[in-house]
Design a protein around this ligand. Structure first.
Ligand SMILES: NC(=O)c1ccc[n+]([C@@H]2O[C@H](COP(=O)([O-])OP(=O)(O)OC[C@H]3O[C@@H](n4cnc5c(N)ncnc54)[C@H](O)[C@@H]3O)[C@@H](O)[C@H]2O)c1
Length: 372
């Protein structure tokens, strides 16, 4: 199969859909890999690394789209990219179609087959192609939060781990899923005194079993949150209610009960944020202050560490990418119901129920489509 990887063109996006290592694996299996010149530069991979992996470099995205049987990307195709998709072409990338009718209609009109990273599942009920980015955002949260805690950045001037004779920072993590667990691990590793709140007892049991000695956990109620934030130096918002906007767990009024210069890191900002005073910010201008409390609310946190994010995403997507290249999308989806869960669009038909419901478009069962 001819596998093409264009340079990402969405503003502030430095990741790339294929690493040189993934390209090498595909080439070793007899596939042809076509990379747009400079596609990997934002993640620290130059053209030479791809050439050494056996890939071919081309000058334009047009050439990639015109040549490849399968396009592997990171972000949803932008309008100009959607015009280059064609009937029978396979697209493997993040799509997030439900809130995006324009993209959905363009993909349907193109006749392509589109598999969305975010809806591919695994046998534990997880989302294996979303998890790496949650891991990155979670581990990054205490790092950016500790920078924000520094005096020059508006924070309380508290060191995460303290020093001998001076206690550590107190960190509260609301939501103990993928983001929250990784955030708690790093904050505890920096020496902070960490408490994780979650509403799921099985999840709290897991956290207690695995991390019992390293950080504390508590059942999440409005009362527990109100009490804990009064003494917190940093609160990390990491809740998710699938398919819904994030619940607002700290009100503006409650900010006055917190220590001046304390920091809120709202990782859940991509779902609207879990603090009432959160508003999405960018890497160029990531923090702002409300009532003496510093807020960090960057909606695409993994972009700050594009190289790590690209490699982490590539590790997760590669086995699926290779299966698609090896077997073709139909056979690969017949063999793997988790990959089939990623099928969103095929030959002008929508194949993902939640997207159809959100956009009022008829849906064809993905199982029917792969059997046809
Ligand atoms: N800003 C970014 O760059 C970025 C990057 C990755 C993920 N995210 C976002 O981070 C959020 C968390 O993602 P995740 O992968 O960890 O999800 P997850 O499903 O693994 O974990 C969410 C957790 O929140 C818990 N929860 C739900 N309601 C709660 C409440 N009221 N109090 C306490 N806990 C509650 C759930 O029980 C679950 O354990 C999502 O909104 C996700 O989109 C943002």
């Amino acid at each position: 199969m001819k596998i093409g990887c264009p340079k990402e063109i969405k503003p502030q996006e430095f990741r790339v859909g294929m690493t040189p290592n993934a390209a090498q694996e595909a080439v070793a299996r007899g596939h042809e890999v076509i990379i747009e010149t400079g596609a990997g530069l934002g993640s620290g991979f130059d053209n030479d690394a791809y050439v050494a992996a056996g890939a071919r470099i081309v000058d334009t995205a047009e050439e990639v789209f015109a040549t490849a049987d399968m396009i592997v990307k990171v972000k949803e195709p932008q309008a100009v990219e959607r015009k280059m998709l064609r009937e029978g072409q396979l697209l493997f990338t993040y799509l997030h179609l439900a809130p995006d009718p324009e993209q959905t209609h363009d993909l349907l009109a193109s006749g392509c087959t589109a598999i969305a990273y975010e809806t591919v599942t695994d046998s534990n009920g997880g989302l294996p192609l979303l998890a790496p980015m949650s891991e990155v955002a979670g581990r990054l949260a205490p790092q950016v939060g500790s920078w924000t805690l520094q005096k020059a950045n508006g924070g309380r001037g508290v060191l995460m781990g303290g020093v001998p004779g001076v206690g550590p920072a107190k960190v509260v993590v609301i939501g103990g899923g993928v983001v929250g667990t990784h955030a708690a691990q790093v904050a505890a590793g920096m020496g902070a005194d960490v408490t994780v709140l979650d509403r799921s007892l099985p999840r709290l049991r897991y956290l207690d079993d695995v991390f019992g000695g390293r950080f504390k956990n508590q059942y999440s109620t409005a009362g527990a949150t109100a009490e804990l934030i009064q003494s917190a130096d940093m609160v990390i918002g990491a809740v998710l209610i699938p398919g819904a906007a994030a619940p607002k767990l700290i009100t503006r009024e409650q900010l006055s009960t917190m220590k001046p210069g304390a920091v809120l890191v709202d990782v859940a900002i991509d779902q609207g944020g879990c603090f009432e005073t959160s508003k999405a910010t960018t890497h160029a201008d990531p923090i702002y202050e409300v009532d003496g409390i510093m807020h960090y609310c960057v909606a695409n946190m993994p972009g700050a560490v594009a190289r790590t994010s690209t490699i982490a995403l590539g590790n997760a997507t590669m086995p699926f990418m290779l299966a698609l290249a090896e077997k073709g999308w139909k056979q690969a989806c017949q063999d793997d119901p988790h990959l089939l869960a990623g099928l969103n669009v095929h030959a002008g038909q929508l194949t993902y129920y939640a997207v159809g419901k959100a956009l009022g478009i008829d849906v064809v069962s993905p199982a029917m489509v792969v059997k046809a």
